[in-house]
Design a binder for this molecule. Structure first.
Ligand code: ATP
Ligand code: MG
Length: 393
């Protein structure tokens, strides 16, 4: 008898003829996540299930934690594999499993069974009844409750026999790589890492761009964004973080345009540059952490103004979320503590006392006319001098 993990997946089960593509992508991501761990792992597909067989010394908790970062997995079940599936051996194996998993053997239980080996001499109901009888005999304090058991014990008879009783919640979503790539505008705040996580969860690979404004934003602020990208990459796989030097553009807008329009004009230039980088990297959309009404630059009018300069779709997965809901998600994905470190991002330094909350496109166009020429040069320089930092490899 040895240990393995049975992986259950939800949505990819319904993809019809394309199902194998989703399963392949899922297996690939599982292999990637398990690679750095101690032990040797074989990821194997078997009739609508994926098994991870573990060899050598490994840490069960590490394996579960790693698999909990893989999108497309709905549940993870630590299973024992019983190689010799003669009935006596299966019964004993199930008993040993129960003994090993539970300290106190005084709960109510129900045995559930599934048999994909149709030549097996017992039917599924027989396996349930016989296993139940064996367990009652071996552990006299156990009781059967077929309606509301405290523990469900699953016995599956396939090429080998499998027993498990716990389903640990997975990350859900779709396997990475089943839905193309998108470019995340990643700041040092709470929102954008969560936004990246949410789009990646739908099977999308993530690239990222950060607008850095030295010396107004410190090296430490940049490092914080790199750290956040690293944390997000635990779910998304490697991220190529593009660091754009935004200082000259920001200063020029500051000197040339009305201060109350500064944030919104800056945001429009960020979106333009992000879109150029996105197209260069075959990304099919942009991602931001915006949410309606959160700040002046996120009113419906401001969002319309930032949206106007993009031709790619802009995905804003947090659009209807309250701050508290976003905070809870950031705690869940472990980015919160890093996000709240007090390093300035480039927007907080240049903010006007009274930023426009209802920018008129006509006014913005007029302001931007004053910038043409010189600012196009600056945008070109910013694009030519992008620094790329790859995290999560
Ligand atoms: P966050 O917590 O994500 O920083 P925020 O509440 O501070 O968001 P804004 O500063 O208005 O909101 O930014 C809105 C969105 O614009 C961010 O979620 C992010 O996607 C993007 N963004 C803002 N500043 C930067 C930056 N310096 N580099 C890259 N993206 C940025
Ligand atoms: Mg911010």
């Amino acid at each position: 008898m040895y240990q393995a993990f049975l992986v259950k997946y939800a949505e990819i089960g319904i993809k019809g003829k394309n199902r194998y593509k989703f399963e392949n992508a899922l297996c690939q991501q599982m292999e990637r996540t398990l690679k750095p761990l101690d032990g040797e792992f074989v990821v194997e597909r078997q009739q609508g299930r994926i098994f991870v067989e573990a060899k050598g010394d490994f840490d069960e908790e590490d394996v579960i934690e790693a698999l909990q970062h893989v999108f497309g997995i709905s549940g993870i079940c630590p299973v024992n594999v019983i190689e010799d599936k003669t009935w006596e051996n299966v019964a004993k194996g199930v008993g040993d499993f129960v003994e090993q998993q539970y300290d106190k053997l005084d709960f109510t239980f129900k045995v559930e069974s599934k048999r994909s080996d149709k030549h097996y001499p017992m039917t599924s109901p027989e396996v349930c009844v016989e296993t139940g009888a064996y367990l009652l005999d071996r552990f006299p304090e156990l009781r059967v409750d077929v309606h509301k058991p405290e523990v469900r014990i699953w016995v599956e008879i396939r090429e080998k026999a499998y027993v498990y009783s716990k389903v640990i919640k997975g990350a859900g979503g779709m396997p990475l790589g089943t839905n193309g790539s998108a470019m995340l505008l990643l700041s040092g705040g709470i929102d954008s890492p969560v936004a990246g996580y949410m789009i990646a969860k739908r099977g999308v690979f993530i690239d990222a761009v950060y607008f850095h404004a030295p010396p107004y934003t410190s090296e430490r602020a940049k490092q914080k964004v790199v750290d956040l990208a690293e944390l997000v990459s635990k779910y998304t796989g490697p991220i190529r973080l593009h660091v754009v030097n935004f200082t000259d553009i920001q200063m020029y807008i500051y000197e040339t345009c009305p201060h109350e329009e500064l944030t919104i004009l800056m945001r429009r230039y960020m979106m333009r540059i992000a879109e150029t980088l996105a197209k260069k990297n075959d990304c099919l959309g942009l991602i931001t952490g915006e949410s309606i009404g959160q700040v002046a630059s996120q009113t419906m009018q401001s969002l319309a103004a930032t949206n106007e300069v993009c031709t790619l779709p802009v995905y804003r997965p947090l659009i209807g979320f309250d701050k508290q809901e976003i905070v809870e998600l950031s705690e869940k994905i472990n980015t919160y503590e890093t996000s709240i470190q007090p390093y300035e991002d480039c927007c907080t330094i240049f903010v006007a006392k009274h930023p426009v909350t209802k920018p008129e496109l006509k006014m913005l166009h007029r302001s931007e006319e004053k910038l043409v020429g010189k600012i196009d040069e600056m945008v070109k320089t910013a694009l030519d001098t992008v620094e790329i930092i790859t995290v999560g490899e």
